[in-house]
Design a protein around this ligand. Structure first.
Ligand SMILES: C[S@@+](CC[C@H](N)C(=O)[O-])C[C@H]1O[C@@H](n2cnc3c(N)ncnc32)[C@H](O)[C@@H]1O
Length: 281
């Protein structure tokens, strides 16, 4: 094995989606999904797709709601799909490994009646181009429902970029952090969807989350971002000393921005939601 291969493998392990780390804050992460799908009015959809389904627990709630539908969970991560298959003891969902960029809903699943994509499109830089094509390919009267974080100017992410900028590997870290900053303003999603649908609902919610520190005493916001936003950094910093230096610097900044209090740490988190309904033809 070459050095390059071994470093690529280490990097892909460090930045791979980790279902266990992601599940730490399951309650906080589930709520936006449920608030999103509550706005979907479909009664008897035939095909329901969850694009970026992650560990599958939320996809299974779609199968609970529409037991007669063909429910498909799509994700690019083999680790996440393995967790999803393990959670689906009744084989109620078809699990498909594909990227959002390459997934062709109409070809893969037939006419899609409900397309849900929760907390995923921030990882898909071309999503503003893809969304109109997905909505246009829905079955008549079908629904597109998305939720993305709108926290890239929050201290958690701003400080991550600042610490990266003064790190010895700043040039290597910058592209991953830029790429993660990939969500648009709510107005942009609304305008985009109104081009292809007359029935559009876009909103934002800020959740004032109270995080408890994990047992090892790590700052809870650091523990949170380890499962998502910090992954591009961890994927680059495969050398332990380099990584520890980054994490120590970043955690010290988080301690100031999100002070520990007797009840935990207050971590405001804003999310953007959009639901659009295709015309009945
Ligand atoms: C933050 S998790 C959200 C998972 C799930 N939707 C939920 O709400 O719990 C993001 C998911 O998007 C997947 N993902 C990231 N980039 C992707 C891409 N380009 N195409 C498909 N899935 C992607 C990841 O593997 C991960 O499972």
């Amino acid at each position: 094995m070459t050095d390059r291969q071994s470093s690529d493998e280490a990097s892909s392990k460090a930045s791979a989606w980790n279902p266990a780390q992601y599940a730490h804050f399951g309650g906080f992460r589930d709520r936006p999904f449920h608030e999103l799908v509550a706005r979907i009015g479909a009664v008897e959809p035939k095909v329901v797709v969850d694009l970026g389904c992650g560990p599958g627990d939320l996809t299974l709630t779609l199968a609970d709601r529409w037991p007669d539908a063909h429910v498909v969970g799509v994700d690019s991560s083999a680790e996440m799909l393995e967790a999803a298959r393990a959670a689906d003891a009744g084989h109620r969902v078809e699990w498909v490994q594909a990227t959002a960029e390459n997934w062709d809903g109409a070809e893969a699943s037939g006419c899609v009646d409900v397309l849900v994509t929760n907390a995923t499109l921030q990882w898909v830089p071309s999503h503003l181009r893809l969304i109109p094509s997905w909505v246009s390919a829905l079955a008549p009267g079908g629904t597109f429902a998305m939720q993305v974080p709108a926290n890239f100017d929050a201290p958690s992410h701003r400080l991550m970029r600042e610490v990266a900028a003064r790190h010895s590997r700043a040039d290597d870290l910058a592209p991953g952090l830029d790429r993660a900053a990939g969500t648009a303003l709510p107005e942009t999603y609304a305008a985009l969807l109104l081009e292809v649908s007359a029935d559009v609902d876009v909103w934002q919610t800020t959740y004032l989350q109270v995080l408890a520190p994990p047992a090892d005493g790590t700052h809870p916001v650091l523990d949170w971002v380890k499962g998502t936003g910090l992954r591009p950094v961890l994927g680059v910093l495969t050398d332990t000393a380099e990584r520890d230096a980054f994490v120590a610097d970043y955690e010290a900044e988080l301690e100031k921005a999100y002070p520990r209090r007797p009840f935990g740490v207050l971590f405001p988190f804003t999310r953007t939601f959009a639901v659009a309904r295709a015309a009945e033809v």
